[in-house]
Design a protein around this ligand. Structure first.
Ligand code: GLC
Length: 421
């Protein structure tokens, strides 16, 4: 190591030591998700460490929500402090809540700045176990230039979207663009497919898998019709490869210029308009299409930050969580990574709106959002979701039709429920 670098490190360490007295300075193990948000995650964590005089050890964790959950459950089941904080998907408080520290004593009312419904969802047994970092609601991305070229309106229904996708795909291919597809989304067997399939079903009036009273409602003709329509896309307007796409898989195809439409979360906007993107300045955003009865639907997503009960530094970790979920961090998250804030005032911030003009219309999307049945199924949610995404995957891969797959799913869900959720 060069002397100057060594000196720099020593002096950074010195400053750090001066900020927090030796007895207080600690090292936190912090997860950052591999992929697009990694750089911001690491940068914010470093800023926190520098201002507070603590150190951080970044642990790279998987992108897929399902893989991440498996990892976190393993760490928490062994009561290990391998991670002091966790990023928590909106559907996990019931699954992980028992392992998370009560943040109530540390927030000093910070939770009152955030959307009430998100804060309500972050309670477990009456305790606030996580603070919101961003909310999430998917949209339909479309190629403005291609709709203009073929004189097509922005589709409002799934039927229109299917027809427009087919028309443009065919015309583009005839024009020599033989990689062109109509529509990409998430159809790998994981939590992302649960989100996509739930919004197809809900937009068709088929409900939300399990209703608020715990009744299993998913086995109905409207849900079956929704899945059958999605099944008809694969191999026609959607590549077979979609059966293995997560959000990033879909984004790569769309951002490479090879699809007319894409279902994705708002994060794909900033990247799609970034340097090197084949579709920079060619993208439009609109609510996901409606089903036959005129209902739009968007699965509610979002991420929170929580502190492990097994951390040796709960108070310091809580400070970190408040830092990365606070207004400044959420503002940066919106401007740099296109994330939807959970603090209402940020939707009026001129810089946030300049970076994300579609945020002005996100209220409508959020109002039409459908929640996954995680509150009612609590700890069993992941098993429920796993059966649901498998049921959707069977239809998309042509192994079954909607009606058969949902009838199988109903029996499986009954078995998981047992006497009660
Ligand atoms: C997004 C959502 C999250 C969801 C996940 C599925 O990250 O914010 O709630 O579970 O996608 O892939």
């Amino acid at each position: 190591m060069k002397k100057t670098t060594q000196a720099l490190i020593t002096s950074t360490a010195l400053t750090t030591a001066l900020l927090a007295s030796a007895s207080q300075a600690v090292t936190l193990n912090i997860p950052c998700t591999t992929g697009t948000g990694f750089v911001s995650c690491e940068k914010t964590a470093q800023e926190w460490a520098e201002t507070r005089g603590h150190s951080i050890n970044i642990v790279t964790v998987p992108f897929s929500s399902s893989d991440k959950l498996a990892l976190y459950q393993q760490i928490l089941a062994s009561k290990s402090a391998d991670l002091d904080v966790f990023d928590v998907d909106v559907v996990w408080p019931g699954i992980l809540g028992a392992h998370l520290a009560d943040l109530g004593p540390y927030t000093q009312g910070a939770e009152n700045e955030h959307f009430e419904s998100v804060i309500a969802n972050n309670h477990y047994n009456g305790k606030l176990v996580a603070m919101p970092q961003y909310t999430d609601a998917p949209v339909l991305y479309y190629r403005k230039d291609l709709l203009d070229k073929y004189n097509q309106p922005v589709p409002k229904t799934w039927e229109q979207m299917t027809a427009t996708a087919a028309l443009i795909q065919k015309a583009e291919r005839e024009d020599g663009n033989d990689r062109m597809w109509g529509f990409v989304f998430q159809a790998k067997a994981y939590e992302g497919l649960t989100c996509d399939a739930l919004e197809w079903i809900d937009s068709f009036g088929g409900g939300s898998i399990i209703d608020g009273d715990g009744q299993i409602t998913v086995n109905n003709p409207k849900s079956a019709a929704a899945l059958d329509l999605a099944g008809s896309w694969v191999g026609n307007i959607t590549p077979q490869g979609v059966l293995n796409y997560d959000e990033e898989g879909a984004r790569r195809v769309f951002q490479g210029g090879d699809s007319v439409f894409m279902r994705n979360w708002p994060y794909a906007w900033a990247l799609g308009n970034g340097e090197g993107s084949a579709v920079k300045d060619k993208i439009g955003i609109t609510p996901l299409p409606m089903g036959p009865d005129g209902k739009h639907s968007a699965t509610l997503g979002g991420w929170q930050m929580a502190v492990s009960k097994y951390s040796e530094n709960v108070e310091v970790a809580a400070d970190y969580v408040l830092y990365v979920t606070g207004k400044d961090a959420q503002r940066n998250g919106a401007i740099i990574d296109g994330r939807l804030p959970t603090i209402a005032a940020l939707y009026e911030d001129p810089d946030v709106l300049a970076a994300n003009p579609h945020f002005a219309n996100m209220r409508e999307v959020l109002e039409n959002s459908v929640a996954r049945p995680s509150s009612i199924t609590g700890e069993k949610y992941n098993q429920v979701s796993n059966e649901f995404w498998n049921a959707a995957h069977r239809v998309l891969s042509g192994k079954s039709d909607g009606a058969d797959s949902l009838s199988q799913l109903e029996s499986k869900l009954e078995r998981i429920r047992g006497r009660r959720w």
